[in-house]
Design a protein around this ligand. Structure first.
Ligand code: GLU
Length: 295
């Protein structure tokens, strides 16, 4: 904990404008930081360089200021820190926990289409069918020499074994601490295996969301991760990565989600509810707080 103070962060991806769900997320971290006299950070999660846009970064800052928030400078932009993610991935690779996967989207789709009742991960993507798990070193070398792009995937079975050895206890459970609305702590059992052999390093950039987020939370001394319940399952994988990388775990609070009138989570494509459009329609900050049940 830097300076002994609780540290919170809001970590949006600048691939669209903020909506009401983001407002609740940002305000939750901000409110708790105020309550605990902690630090509040803004982190721009822009590893998806093909989709991230600077004007969304600017819009995010405008919207958050309008909501009454301020944050420490400098703001971390993940695209400036690829080296640190490379180092973390190399560490996992050195432990024998990553393997290259050259499969294209259509190859993966075709492979899982042939498997009836094939399970999905928490993001509703079919679990990796382990297509390239057993490639020989000769084949890997040949594909690399031919310039085939590849992702690095976590060997989940090995990773779980390694985590238990590192944790040094007999219990097989991987746990994390979660806080409820009132701030009461609870030990939650994580189930990282539901992600299967997840992508840790993407084909196009030297990280994945999961790797970058755990590295940065540790690097920035984040002690409290407040984010929506839609990311609750991701915490299971994040906790595993923290154990493998020897990173101090934050505590987690997964807040309620703001749903649209059809009971669905707001998405970025739902332009009508962006904070910008609400502001432009004449709504005040208080109106927005009322809309998200925070006033
Ligand atoms: N960048 C992620 C998003 O915009 C949130 C990451 C996090 O809070 O851990 O959904």
């Amino acid at each position: 904990m830097k300076g002994g103070r609780p540290t919170f962060r809001f970590a949006p991806s600048p691939t669209g404008e903020l909506h009401l769900g983001h407002a609740l997320s940002a305000l939750t971290g901000w409110k708790w930081a105020q309550r605990l006299e902690g630090r509040f950070l803004l982190r721009i999660e822009d590893i998806d360089t093909g989709r991230a846009r600077q004007h969304f970064v600017d819009q995010i800052s405008d919207d958050l200021r309008w909501l009454g928030m301020s944050w420490e400078q400098p703001v971390r932009q993940q695209s400036q820190h690829f080296e640190i993610y490379r180092t973390a991935a190399a560490r996992l690779q050195g432990m024998g926990l990553l393997y290259p996967c050259f499969a294209t989207r259509s190859e993966l789709k075709a492979a899982t289409a042939q498997l009836p009742d094939h399970p999905s991960d928490p993001d509703c993507a079919p679990l990796y069918p382990k297509l390239h798990k057993q490639l020989s070193s000769e084949e890997i070398a040949a594909r690399k020499a031919a310039g085939q792009p590849f992702a690095l995937r976590l060997d989940m079975d090995r990773a779980l074994d390694a985590a238990h050895v590192i944790s040094g206890d007999d219990s097989t459970a991987i746990t994390y601490t979660a806080l409820d609305e009132s701030g009461t702590a609870q030990l939650v059992e994580a189930c990282p295996e539901r992600w299967g052999d997840a992508v840790i390093v993407r084909k196009d950039v030297p990280a994945s969301y999961h790797l970058a987020v755990v590295v940065d939370d540790a690097e920035q001394g984040v002690t409290h991760v407040t984010r929506g319940q839609d990311l609750e399952a991701a915490t299971d994988l994040h906790r595993l990565l923290q154990i493998l990388l020897g990173l101090h775990p934050p505590v987690y609070h997964h807040h309620r989600l703001i749903l649209d009138t059809d009971g669905r989570k707001f998405s970025k494509s739902d332009g009508a509810v962006t904070l910008r459009s609400l502001r432009e329609s004449g709504m005040s900050r208080e109106d927005v707080l009322r809309l998200i049940g925070e006033l």
